[in-house]
Design a protein around this ligand. Sequence first.
Ligand code: ADP
Ligand code: SF4
Length: 706
Amino acid sequence: MTRPARFDVLFEPVRIGPVTAKNRFFQVPHCNGMGRGFPSSMAAMRGVKAEGGWGVVVTEQCDVHHSGNHQRELRLWDEKDIPYLARATDSIHRHGALAGIELAHNGFHVGNLESRTIPIAPSLRPTRGILPVTARAMDKDDIRAVRRWHRTAAINAQRAGFDIIYVYAGHDMTLPVHFLSRRHNHRTDEYGGSLENRARLLRELVEDAKEAVGDTCAVAIRFGVDELMGPRGLSSQDEGRDVVEMLAELPDLWDVNLSNFDNDGQTARFSDEGFQAEYVKFVKSVTTKPVVGVGRFTSPDTMVSMIRSGTLDLIGAARPSIADPFLPRKIEEGRFDDLRECIGCNICVAGDKASVPMRCTQNPTMGEEWRRGWHPEYIPPKDTDDKIFVIGGGPAGLEAARALGQRGYEVLLADRGRELGGRVTLESRLPGLGTWARVRDWRLTQLKRMRNVQLLPDNDITADMVLEAECSLVAVATGATWRGDGMGRYHSEPIPGLAHGAGAVPVFTPDDIMAGRLPTGRVVLFDDDHYYMGGVIAERLAERGCEVTFVTPESLVSSFTQFTAEQKRVQRRVMEACATVVPTTTLTRVESGTAHLSCTYTGRETTVATDAVVLVTGMVPRDELYTDLRGRGEAALAAAGIRRVVRVGDCLGPGIIAAAVHSGHLFARTLDTGITDETPFRRENVELDWDQPLPHASGGGARAAR
Ligand code: ADP
Ligand code: SF4
């Protein structure tokens, strides 16, 4: 396949100071939950991106010193940290990409829980978040020290093989941007007051890095040009622009975006592809240096328009490169149908926030490159003669069938629905979740090309049909249903009064709403699930005219969305959509038009008159087919030629879409989903400093007086 000539512009080399990127595809820094804790995983993941054609691959943020200690990210405190970082540069260089590193000092953004060093800031203030830690105001010695640490880290980064050294002044997270900010900087010396003074540290850090390594490495600034907080923050109409004008020609590259991360990393529920362009487009008009920016770019035409319109020189991507590490190669080869587009769900971000290697809804191999040896594009050919029956065409069944088909297996994929896609087809019709359908669409496109996979929609499969199918392996991917009894996290018994019948308050679940069965009038929605479903169902009910009382035992609406960096936006939207939001409260019983509520702290009872109740509390596996098959006994299965029956995806364990996709992929690779005695993947074993003795009781020194 060849690509149309209009995409050639994306494959032009771009000079960045003393180095040259082979094309315009630029994987900007992104956190991943691997960092210093899982360095082999990080190196392998970055290497796969380079293999996939990204011209530049940059690491996540990297502490230059223990006084700005972000324990789940990278670390380059001194030369002892060079070897593990060199592993990453090696794996990136192997495929002809430039390697970048995002040097950072996190200032008051961190509490230094690991290092126990008192955090530092331009001016005295509590550290970010809720830790009982106060950052002290830096004196001139501290500023000189920060410059020294940053310069040393730049030199060590060069020794580790990096080609681009970032000075990170973005996301309201690091010292140079803390100094820039009028909110955080109340100094009266030459580092405070005027913008020129507040920008002094950023200027110095860039100058220091250029002086130290600028002969061979490019020096980049990563800067959030707009904080979306009007006059209280940096704005692209005001000081955000002034900073770029002031330092226009100083760095070799401008990496520009929105700040803070919740604004930069907006989910598809709240923003569309290219949403940052209007804020960053001025940058190219005030500098001759190359400019990279982001906006969940997955459409090659949008990428070209960003270049042609003079908005960007380099197409920056974090999430699109996670969902499809081979995106540049596929565009280069004109394989547009193969592009696996990010759905903008931020489950990847949730991995980082939980300090575990990130996962991706679209790309089940993400985070598994090193530890399980999974590659996003290649998979071992089949090594058995099995013919495999996959029942259920949701994300788990689709991914299982697709990956099995790629391995060369003969596969039947059946679903009782006329339309494949299971939950993603249904959920993608809910407010803000349209991109969820990409999980189905990419897989269906791949499957339709496979001659060894037969798609059987509109087929309600029974155990007898499975026994007659002449398949040796059976994967039951029949999904899960939302429960209607109110049980979940809070209630371990059904909520009283939910029985159906004449006079009873009608009860609905997300399955009803998605099937188009909606209540009318006043509705109490009880959300004990805490991810997106409660919020989007509330939106749907409100847009259809219901008066919704949103009740949740948590103190925040859709509490888990804190992990996906969208909770504040979700809360605002739900508060705007609903008549009332009642946090820290549970639904205790329902009777004759009244919902009884109880405060989860005090037990204080209140009542709400209601015409209907919607329960978003938990799911139960739809596993009747599995149970029926296993109930036939080993002998009957063997007589039908079946050697194994497994559950896959939500039928095995109801959860997020990413887990269902991963489960389907795991089955395709291993032909099983059962728990075995073997360790499932390689572990990162920490190199121990054996030359350092352990302290022991008789180690000398002064004893406490008795
Ligand atoms: P997962 O997230 O695990 O993929 P989904 O709920 O999205 O689960 O998909 C399960 C699919 O299985 C649904 O489309 C459902 O209609 C289908 N299904 C459930 N039971 C049967 C059955 N007995 N025969 C065929 N399809 C079934
Ligand atoms: Fe995109 Fe979601 Fe994958 Fe993150 S987890 S890269 S947002 S599809």
